[in-house]
Ligand binder design. Structure first.
Ligand code: F58
Length: 812
């Protein structure tokens, strides 16, 4: 029997009866219960295990096929993954949905009941974390041998509760009731060092011994990542920190000081306790740096372990390994690989550096200077003394290279150094990431261009070929098929088959149906039905959604000024023919980001005011559902008519919510920022509501001195909206928000106000012509095929990773 080929595996139920049998066996033998006494949770667990078995069997075959082909592996290193709920996805990807529905019905439950028990692991903040999840999905769908590495935080992104007082945060103990989707792999546990000191190795200039002062264990567990319409099942491997035995102070234990004895152990396990809820602004917390190194050290040792299974020499390491750094959070991997190669495996420094540079690639996700990570040299020195030495050496050799190219240009050396000197010495992680990688990419055309022209211009001058663009994408399975089943069915009917789910450009075939009035009516009826399901407002009103993290650069405050203006217009002229609107905001603010939390609170206050106003409330409603996450996004996106993408141009790296909404037939109102530009280019100018300054105009406006009062004084409606805030009728929070817009506002909100309002008037005019609106909606979907994460992964595979698919043979 050839176990490697999976021939020895138990046959899994492919008929309703067989599936039922498997489910019952899980109920009896794994849950230890009976049909009569099974709770919904028992049924959920047994079902999850049954579905998981189908994927596990494919996983076994995948591992065998991938190992046999000895490919170049893609290792995706990311501090965050927002995977979304697993049950529904895994039912779809394993093709067991119908079997499961029947089987659980016989137990007295519905699939929907059980799906409600499926908790999403919120192991990320926002776009960056969700992108990681979409990319691993597409890697598997494209049959690319890959492993995603991350941290298994005990507490994910906080649960948000919205009241009239704004946002409050509660802990997200997501795995409290267990997580049926993960496989612990304690045998692959790794040991991670921190602190301590280094010692020279006699006879070697570059090698050192690091003697850590603290040892922590990393225990992996993995979640299965199935591809869609293929056999491949990859994994995401998540690390949990565990105390090593050495961290229990045995002398204290035997002296009866139990609490003191375990203190160290508790400290060790805190490393993977909680996800930092920051978005785009960094706090220089040591625990966060510890998390980063913990992820990196465990993952690199695992990667090296996998490489060494084959007994190949280090010469082939980079041919068999590419490590993608999802932003700078895992950048310590660069000095860590150098340390492993030079100190532990005795590879000469030059050789090790060549291997390292060929192994890594770096994706940048921001343009905000304050979001570029730097760490105090002092903290680094204490926590990772050997890594700092290696960084110094990398920097010295790098600066020599710069000096050779630009002799005597001291200012350039200062700007490009990995070490920032003023006002305090810090390690610039983005510089380290550029120096230590073969490729650097931005996440949308404009973003990649601005990286080359501004933030990383000196590096682009030195190494122009290193800089690339890979525009983001999203999973059409999760964000169309699963979230919008009605629309998916109509698309499949319109195109003749469901091939679009693996080849999203085929949506272009819908174009010819945009002029078919009966197709349009069905399209529109689906949007309405989705709004009825969402149940936040009148399904016939224009559903205007702004769903994303709260950040001043994203300008929720601009949307709020629009809402206030609409409120005032309606009050002044209640009898006019108003377009009814439901404005939906959703999103979290970093708990310490007071300005963003003020905006949330102001929205909640104004929503209540409008609700209580009998004159305005028939036409305008503002809703703010709590706890925006992947699951909630999947409900809101299918119901959206209008997609708000209104960041100041030059600030949003890409956006991915913009893509999900366009794919679901929402029409964008947006600036020329991030991927909005590419969306507009594809769906067509006529099917996109454009407003505002472009990135160059915004930069110029800022350089020439932006004067918000200029706009305030010249625009009566703007002044009226601002004056209501200033008057204090919405409390101090209104005053504070208005104040920040009238002072120095980095995001030029008032400067774009009039253009935004005019564009919104254009929206309303268009909305009144239902046939025209629906046509635009269909064309948005039809021309958004480019924004599939499958295309993103194909781009990375061809241009950055240079990897090819490995097909996993089917069983029968
Ligand atoms: C986002 N970044 C970008 N960062 O803002 C967005 O434009 C882009 O579409 C997306 O990445 C994917 O490329 C983002 O989500 C974070 O959440 C970081 C979390 C860790 C601290 C710093 C911000």
């Amino acid at each position: 029997m050839d176990l490697r080929q999976g021939i020895g595996l138990r046959k899994l139920g492919k008929t309703t009866d067989e599936f039922q049998q498997d489910l019952l066996s899980n109920l009896y033998y794994r849950r230890g219960t009976t049909v009569e006494s099974a709770s919904a949770r028992d049924a959920y667990e047994a079902l999850s295990q049954t579905v998981r078995d189908h994927l596990a069997e494919r996983r076994a075959r995948t591992a065998a096929a991938q190992f046999a082909s000895n490919p170049r592996w893609v290792y995706y290193l990311s501090a965050e993954y927002l995977l979304g709920a697993q049950l529904e996805q895994n039912l779809l990807y394993s093709g067991t949905g119908d079997l499961a529905a029947e089987a659980v019905k016989a137990l007295g439950f519905s699939l929907e009941d059980l799906e409600d028990l499926d908790v999403e692991p919120g192991l990320g903040n926002g776009g960056l974390g969700r992108l990681a999840a979409c990319l691993v999905d597409s890697l598997a769908t494209r049959d690319i041998p890959a492993v995603g590495y991350g941290i298994r935080y005990d507490l994910g992104i906080f649960r948000q509760v919205i009241t009239e007082n704004g946002q409050t945060e509660l802990p997200d103990d997501w795995a409290f009731q267990g997580n049926p989707w993960e496989f612990p792999a304690p045998d692959d546990r790794q040991t991670v060092g921190f602190y301590g000191h280094t010692e020279p190795i006699p006879g070697s200039e570059t090698r050192k011994t690091w003697v850590p002062g603290e040892i922590v264990l990393g225990e992996p567990s993995h979640m299965l990542v199935p591809g869609y319409g293929t056999e491949t099942v990859n994994i995401v491997r998540l690390w949990s920190a565990k105390a090593s035995e050495a961290s229990f102070d045995l002398s204290r234990f035997s002296a009866g000081q139990y609490a003191e004895a375990v203190q160290e152990a508790v400290r060790a396990e805190n490393i993977s306790k909680v996800l930092y809820p920051d978005d785009s602004t960094e706090l220089g917390r040591e625990l966060r740096l510890k998390q980063q190194y913990f992820l990196v050290s465990c993952s690199l040792r695992d990667i090296v372990r996998r490489f060494r299974l084959r007994n190949e020499g280090w010469d082939t390491f980079a041919d068999k390994t590419v490590i993608q750094l999802n932003d700078t959070h895992p950048t310590i991997a660069i000095p860590e690989l150098m340390r492993l190669l030079v100190d532990e495996y005795e590879v000469p420094w030059e050789k090790a550096w060549e291997i390292t540079r060929k192994t890594f690639a770096y994706t940048c996700h921001t343009l905000l200077p304050e979001a570029l990570e730097t760490w105090p040299v002092r903290m680094f020195e204490k926590l990772l003394p050997r890594h700092l030495e290696i960084i110094y050496l990398i920097n010295m050799l790098f600066l020599r290279e710069v000096e050779a190219r630009f002799p005597g240009d001291h200012d350039r050396l200062r700007r490009m150094s990995i070490i920032q000197e003023e006002p305090e010495r810090r390690v610039r992680m983005a510089h380290l990431a550029v120096v230590g990688t073969e490729a650097v990419n931005g996440v949308a055309e404009l973003h990649s261009k601005l990286l080359r022209e501004t933030v990383l211009d000196d590096f682009a001058a030195l190494w122009p070929a290193k800089f690339q663009n890979v525009t983001n994408g999203v999973s059409p399975r999760r964000f169309v098929k699963l979230s919008n089943p009605r629309l998916s069915d109509l698309i499949t009917e319109g195109l003749g088959d469901d091939g679009w789910l693996r080849d999203l450009e085929r949506l272009a075939g819908l174009e010819r149906l945009a002029d078919d009035s009966s197709f349009r009516e069905r399209w529109q009826a689906i949007k309405r039905a989705n709004k009825v399901d969402l149940a936040v407002g009148d399904p016939d009103s224009l559903t205007d959604v702004m769903i994303k993290r709260f950040h001043e650069y994203k300008r929720q405050q601009l949307k709020l000024l629009h809402v206030i203006t609409l409120y005032q217009r309606i009050r002044q002229n209640p009898a006019a023919d108003w377009v009814p609107r439901t404005v939906l905001f959703a999103g979290k603010a970093a708990p310490a980001y007071h300005a963003a939390k003020d905006i949330i609170r102001l929205i909640a206050t104004i929503a209540a005011r409008i609700e209580a106003d009998p004159v305005v409330s028939p036409y305008l409603k503002v809703v703010f559902p709590s706890n925006y996450n992947v699951t909630l996004a999947e409900r809101i996106i299918p119901a959206a008519d209008l997609s708000e993408q209104i960041s100041l141009a030059g600030k949003e790296a890409s956006g991915t919510g913009n893509m999900k909404l366009a794919l679901n037939g929402a029409i964008t109102i947006g600036t020329l920022d991030g991927a909005n530009i590419e969306i507009r280019a594809r769906v067509g100018e006529d099917n996109f509501f454009l407003f505002g300054m472009d990135a160059y105009e915004a930069a110029q406006a800022r350089a020439n001195g932006y004067h918000p009062r200029h706009y305030y004084e010249r625009d009566d409606e703007l002044r009226a909206a601002m004056d209501t805030l200033i008057s204090g009728i919405f409390g101090d929070v209104g005053r504070r928000v208005a104040g920040s817009l009238l002072d120095w506002d980095e995001y030029l909100t008032l400067g774009d106000f009039r253009s935004y309002l005019e564009s919104q008037e254009h929206v309303e005019k268009t909305w009144r012509d239902t046939a025209r609106w629906t046509r635009m909606s269909i064309l948005n979907t039809a021309h958004s095929g480019f924004f599939s994460a499958d295309r993103t992964v194909a781009d990375y595979a061809a241009r950055i990773w240079r990897v090819a698919p490995v097909a996993v043979p089917r069983l029968d």
